[in-house]
Design a protein around this ligand. Structure first.
Ligand SMILES: [Zn+2]
Ligand SMILES: [Zn+2]
Length: 134
């Protein structure tokens, strides 16, 4: 599996928290809000891993709003999930490109887009075995 160097598309700060590990790698730390609650969600930075730590329990099927923990700008994109119609969450990748994940709890839809084809092919090759499960 490849580790994604995820960063905020607005302030370009890294969203990886080196003090918080997931799958043995720095976790992706994001601010989330759900109803009146607010906290930090930790996601694995490995592409294809779904391990996460929630700050509070989120019922499966509910949608969550995502924000950058540094600049507090919303990470919600204009794209909607083609599986469940929830808004997608968009984050930049340091190498160029972006990853989008669905904001609905329990929906595993995610897309990875690279700016340059060579990087994309290399990454695609690396994640080939996990790519079609998601
Ligand atoms: Zn930011
Ligand atoms: Zn979805």
């Amino acid at each position: 599996m490849i580790q994604l160097n995820v960063e905020c598309p607005h302030c370009k700060e890294s969203l990886l928290d080196k003090d918080q590990k997931k799958d043995g790698h720095p976790a992706v730390r994001l601010t989330i809000t759900h109803k009146e609650k607010k906290g930090h969600l930790l996601l694995s930075s490995l592409y294809g891993s779904y391990s996460q730590t929630q700050p509070f329990s989120i019922p499966s099927g509910d949608t969550v709003s995502f924000f950058c923990p540094w600049c507090n700008v919303s990470l919600m994109s204009n794209t909607v999930c083609d599986r469940c119609s929830a808004q997608m969450v968009s984050m930049a990748i340091a190498e160029g490109g972006r990853i989008q994940i669905c904001s609905r709890q329990g929906c595993k839809k995610h897309t990875l887009e690279f700016e340059d084809l060579e990087t994309e092919l290399k990454a695609f090759y690396n994640v080939y075995s996990t790519f079609f499960k998601g």
